[in-house]
Design a protein around this ligand. Structure first.
Ligand code: FEO
Ligand code: CA
Ligand code: CA
Length: 690
């Protein structure tokens, strides 16, 4: 094989209806979209429930504007400005009201490279195989071992979070969502044929990494620290002991032979996006955990409906999967350990500042295919976590704590996510159902919008769903949400609150299975290949509210396509966007949207876009960066000082193979390496400026 091969300027082999490469579908989510959507509940598509809520919706919006500029009573050690921004959204300065983004948009392209705007530069910060722990050996692609991988940076990078620690030092957290064994091991075919060391390497390449970075001079560029003690550096893998915490911990559903008390589980799986808490911990979210389990056909009959609702195969040949972790560790065989799957699918809280801390799976936040988890404080400082369940026709959730956050009180804050109430969203449109035929045409009132309610599923003490205990709600959350009539959405991905306005945004990435009859005002397009963005305004702009207003400001796609919508902005002045996935905000309240699926839907590599969501430029979407061939654009994370954007080009080269590389990024060798990149303005300006 060539040691250095030229990047092939070819488009990936696309066979997925949502626009990903065939390999991404196979390894990332176990071909979830090639199967029937697991939500077979009879929940209505709300389009047929017309309710006149216009006046109420307008009242909510007026309330939001009023609350958005009012003083906020958050006390404590934090500076008022920062505390205020947590109340409104997450971290951020809240310095403006979405000024125009002035950078020069990057053209759509299929280059095997990271491309950034004029006057910006970028640098690869850390790659798969780079040393994490001080005793990690150098990466040796041809001679990998599981022991080395346990100490080295893991594979596909998704969620990225960063905290500056002073003295030009910073701490980076990265999720390692999944592995693509065909690009990791020459000659790999599948998990049945793989040698056991390869399976162990893949297990060690999952999870997360914490690494120390050093700022390069005074720029927005960062580099990996590869010298010295590196106290915080840590790998978390499929083997790391974790605590099951919250109301479901200890329940019979979570007990196994290895853990008869149901309180400790080893590892986390398929960690996709995540969030940071105001008290400094990381929330990392288990998504497509279903694909790691075999033997579902041999699970007890009464366990099968719940397994199926989560996409775990329960009939036929369940052992022809990609990875066969069960060949190394029997607990992944459900015919022997049927409860093991119940111990995955959670939000995991990690303290990055204590390398000896035990990660906690927070059962109170429910079990589903968690995309991300982002925190906003309620007006009374209770903690609210917004979460999407990334599956076709699945739901949007939020958790509201019953205790209040106390700035600086570790004892109080470390228990906040174990008690409170878990809700699921039900949305109602304000235009007649007959105005939605799946074409994406705007209704007569000119807007996709309406009202919604957060339906309580359970508190830590009480279930609100007939026939479900608290533990059953928290372990079989999808089934509980089915029972209360939650709204079926087009794959809810990341949710983020604006640090300026407090409005909450949800990326609905795509859903090609939605039929014209199933189109509704919140999911207005049938065969939704390109996805859309949902905007939520909580009543009184209080994150703990149980009512909200909503609208769809962006319906993605090529602006030439009449089914697209960019908040009414001139379509001649916007770029194409498809399959929105991860979201973040800059300090001015502009929404940054990364994509996963543009190659198959727009003939362009995936990208990081940015768009103002307030003011006269609302909807003016631009492209800030594009990622290499076959990659999706993960991260993104904008640093507190607004000088750096971190992105994580995940699964570069996924449409190719080691014999026929589609991507040689970043090293120019025949194997691509998923990596994290920092991007900065070469003149030291805040990101977003020209
Ligand atoms: Fe791992 Fe929903 O993306
Ligand atoms: Ca409407
Ligand atoms: Ca994602």
């Amino acid at each position: 094989m060539p040691d250095s091969a030229s990047p092939r300027r070819i488009l990936p082999l696309i066979s997925h209806p949502g626009g990903r490469s065939r390999a991404t579908c196979r390894f990332r989510c176990g071909d979830a979209c090639f199967h029937e959507a697991p939500n077979t509940s009879e929940n209505t598509y709300f389009g047929d429930i017309f309710s006149g809520v216009l006046s109420r919706r307008n009242a909510l919006r007026a309330g939001a504007v009023g609350a958005g500029v009012s003083a906020v009573g958050v006390s404590g050690a934090f500076t008022p400005a920062l505390a205020d921004s947590w109340w409104h959204g997450k971290k951020g300065h809240g310095r403006g009201r979405s000024p125009r983004l002035r950078f020069h948009s990057v053209d759509a392209n299929t280059d095997d490279a990271v491309t950034v705007p004029k006057h910006y530069d970028h640098r690869v910060v850390v790659r798969w195989g780079d040393p994490v722990t001080p005793d990690a050996p150098d990466f040796d692609f041809e001679n990998q071992t599981a022991e080395a991988q346990e100490k080295q940076f893991g594979y596909n990078c998704d969620y990225v979070a960063f905290t500056e620690m002073g003295n030009r030092r910073g701490l980076l957290w990265v999720n390692h969502e999944y592995t693509n064994e065909t690009l990791m091991f020459p000659g790999y075919t599948d998990g049945n044929e793989a040698d056991l060391e390869q399976i162990k390497i893949a297990m060690a390449a999952h999870g997360g990494s914490i690494v120390e970075l050093r700022r390069i001079w005074n720029s927005g560029a960062w580099r990996l620290v590869t010298w010295g003690w590196r106290y915080f550096n840590r790998r978390i893998t499929v083997n790391t002991p974790m605590e099951l915490s919250g109301p479901a911990a200890g329940d019979a559903l979570l007990r196994t032979e290895a853990d008869p008390d149901g309180v400790e589980v080893r590892g986390m799986l398929n960690n996709c996006a995540g969030g940071m808490t105001p008290w400094g911990t990381i929330l990392t979210c288990e998504e497509n955990f279903h694909q790691y389990f075999v033997g579902g056909e041999g699970a007890p009959e009464d366990a099968k409906p719940a397994l199926s609702r989560y996409g775990v195969p329960t009939s036929g040949d369940t052992r022809s999967g990609n990875r066969r972790f069960d060949r190394v560790d029997e607990r992944f065989d459900l015919s022997k350990h049927p409860n093991e799957a119940n111990r995955f699918g959670y939000v995991v809280e990690v303290d990055p500042f204590n390398p000896h801390s035990k990660p906690r799976k927070r059962t109170m936040l429910g079990r589903f295919k968690h995309e991300g988890a982002n925190v906003r404080l309620a007006k009374d400082r209770r903690v609210v976590v917004y979460m999407g369940d990334d599956e076709r026709f699945d739901y949007i959730y939020k958790f509201v704590s019953d205790k209040k956050m106390r700035w600086g009180s570790r004892r109080t804050n470390e228990g906040l996510l174990d008690s409170g109430t878990l809700y699921v969203a039900k949305l109602t449109g304000n235009s007649p159902a007959e105005e939605f035929d799946g074409s994406g045409a705007l209704p007569a009132d000119g807007e996709f919008d309406g009202s919604g309610v957060w339906i309580p599923l359970c508190s830590d003490k009480e279930s609100f769903v007939d026939g479900f205990t608290v533990a059953e709600v928290l372990v079989h959350t999808r089934l509980a949400a089915d029972a209360v009539g939650a709204t079926k959405m087009d794959r809810p991905e990341d949710m983020e609150a604006s640090p300026v306005t407090g409005k909450v945004y949800c990326a609905l990435t795509n859903n090609t299975a939605r039929s014209p009859e199933q189109a509704d005002e919140a999911n207005p397009r049938a065969n939704n290949k390109f996805g859309h963005i949902l905007e939520i305004v909580e009543e009184g702009n209080d994150a703990a509210a149980t009512d909200f207003g909503w609208s769809v400001p962006i319906v993605c796609g090529n602006p030439d396509d009449p089914s697209t919508y960019f908040a009414g902005y001139d379509k001649d002045k916007v770029v194409a966007i498809s399959c929105p996935d991860n979201l973040t905000f800059d300090g001015d309240g502009n929404l940054w949207i990364s994509t996963d699926g543009q190659p198959g839907t727009l003939d362009s590599n995936d990208a990081l876009h940015a768009v103002p969501v307030e003011g006269k430029h609302r909807g003016e979407i631009k492209t800030f960066a594009t990622v290499p061939q076959g990659a999706e654009c993960c991260g993104p994370f904008i640093t507190e000082d607004q000088k750096t954007v971190f992105i994580a080009p995940q699964h570069p080269g996924d449409g190719g193979s080691l014999d026929n590389p589609q991507s040689t990024w970043p090293d120019g060798k025949y194997y691509p390496r998923p990596s994290v990149v920092s991007i900065w303005h070469t003149r030291g300006r805040d990101v977003g400026h020209a």
